[in-house]
Structures are given as structure tokens and as C-alpha cells.
Design a protein around this ligand. Structure first.
Ligand code: ADP
Ligand code: MG
Length: 236
């Protein structure tokens, strides 16, 4: 579904993405994992179209999309900081992108309720973000993304602001969501345990390059190099 072919990115003279080749298949839950500063967010933002690509090709469903604007890519992104609109209710937050597109209020409500059902937010639709827990806020942020019915959802460390019990619960919820939506997911984290438990495919990044890509158990049992062995083999 997505191919990154020899993709590079510079910030000034600093090369932060150094010729990355990655393939994510249709319906796959792919996890990009690596230490802080290795280029995970940059890579994700390039896929979303929020950062330009200096060289190489980004191909989505067989089409080169390097120059396609973000809102024309059919991709949704969920950020680490949920950035909900504090003055809007949960329902208004989730439906916001549809109201921009002038969808009729009744139809917006119908779709918001459908999304709220999937995310178990039905009872919270009239609350404002300030009256929600961290996990509930995170679900609203996910609702905002999935109401656009994207074929590809990008997550940038979505659970890193949650406490560990909630993180474990949300991992399972995100996996359930992935199955229910049959969407393709690219999920970025620095957490090896998250990668090992959630991924169909793990892409280990090290300083802007792919150290190894493959199913979790392959990386665990047959690491190609010292970096992967140490990083995957030593959960926190
Ligand atoms: P990660 O998400 O894996 O922690 P990032 O993609 O955020 O890594 O950053 C990769 C590298 O690019 C880091 O060295 C970071 O300092 C640098 N970087 C990120 N964004 C910018 C920017 N807007 N300007 C300059 N350097 C940046
Ligand atoms: Mg990051």
C-alpha cells in the first residue's frame, strides 16, 4: 500500500532521513520504532504531507504522492498531544472536519454517533475535553481521525502521555480498532514492548536509516545487527 523508495530529508545541512526504503502492505499494522531523535516523527510527517521530501519517492496505492497536498492523500494522523478544541464538545470535536466540508448537521450527528460507538464515547458526546480523562481524550483524537474514513491512519506516539495501566488497555483497543476498520496503520513509538505486542511488521530505525524490518518474532530471534539485537532484546 505504501512504498518509501530511497527517501531523504535534510534540515539545513543535517540529513535526518538517510535513504529509507520501507513497504507497508494493505491492512497491515506497521510499527516504526527507534530511540528519540532517530527520525520517526519526521518520516510520519513526510507520509502525511506535513514535511516535504528532498529526494526519493513516496508511493501510495501505486501512485507517487510526493507533491499531493495533505488533505488530498486520504491519510489521517493522530498526534502525541491530542490538541482537542477545548471550547467544543466531544461531538463537535469529532465532527469538526465534516462541518468544514459543509456536511448537513443531521448527517454529521449520524457519523459522529457511529464513531462514538466504536470508541465507546457514546455517553461523553456532550462533555468538553477538560472534563475527560487522558484515555478518553485520546479516543476523541482518534475519533477525529477516523471519521474521515481514511484508508491509512498514522499514529505518532499516541499513548506516551498515558499512565502504564491505561497504556496497556489502549494498546488492545487500538488493535481492535485496526481490525474493525480494516485500515492500514503506521504507528510510531520509542517503546519496544509496544512494538512487539502490536505490530504485524516492525521497522527499526536508527539515526535516519532502517536497521531492520520484519515481523516481531523474526527481529527478536534473528536480529541482523547489534543495534537491533540490543534495542529489541532489552525491553525497559
Ligand atoms: P523522533 O520522532 O524519532 O524522536 P524526529 O523525527 O523528531 O525524531 O527528529 C529527527 C531529527 O531531526 C532530530 O535530530 C531532530 O532534532 C531533527 N529535527 C526534527 N525536526 C526538526 C526541525 N523542524 N528543524 C531542524 N531539525 C529538526
Ligand atoms: Mg517523535
Amino acid at each position: 500500500m505504501i512504498h518509501l523508495n530511497n527517501v531523504r530529508k535534510f534540515y539545513g545541512a543535517l540529513e535526518v532521513i538517510k535513504g529509507v526504503d520501507v513497504t507497508v502492505d494493505d491492512g497491515e499494522f506497521a510499527v516504526f520504532v527507534g530511540p528519540s531523535g532517530c527520525g520517526k516523527s519526521t518520516l510520519l510527517r513526510m507520509i502525511a504531507g506535513l514535511e516535504g521530501i528532498d529526494s526519493g519517492d513516496l508511493v501510495l496505492n501505486g501512485k507517487r504522492i510526493n507533491d499531493v497536498p495533505p488533505d488530498k492523500r486520504g491519510i489521517a494522523m493522530v498526534f502525541q498531544s491530542y490538541a482537542l478544541y477545548p471550547h467544543m464538545t466531544v461531538a463537535e470535536n469529532i465532527g469538526f472536519s465534516l462541518s468544514l466540508k459543509k456536511v448537513a448537521p443531521k448527517e454529521i450527528r449520524r457519523q459522529v454517533e457511529e464513531v462514538a460507538e466504536i470508541l465507546q464515547l457514546r455517553e461523553l458526546l456532550d462533555r468538553r475535553p477538560g472534563a475527560l480523562s487522558g484515555g478518553q481524550r485520546q479516543r476523541v483524537a482518534i475519533g477525529r481521525a477516523i471519521i474521515k474514513k481514511p484508508s491509512l491512519i498514522l499514529f505518532d506516539e499516541p499513548l506516551s502521555n498515558l499512565d502504564s495501566a491505561l497504556r496497556v488497555q489502549m494498546r488492545a483497543e487500538l488493535q481492535r480498532l485496526h481490525r474493525e476498520l480494516s485500515a492500514t496503520v503506521v504507528y510510531v513509538t520509542h517503546d519496544q514492548v509496544e512494538a512487539m505486542t502490536m505490530a504485524d511488521k516492525i521497522v527499526v530505525l536508527n539515526q535516519g536509516t532502517v536497521a531492520q524490518a520484519g515481523p516481531p518474532m523474526e527481529l527478536y530471534h534473528r536480529p541482523n545487527n547489534e543495534f537491533v539485537a540490543t534495542f529489541i532484546g532489552s525491553p525497559k
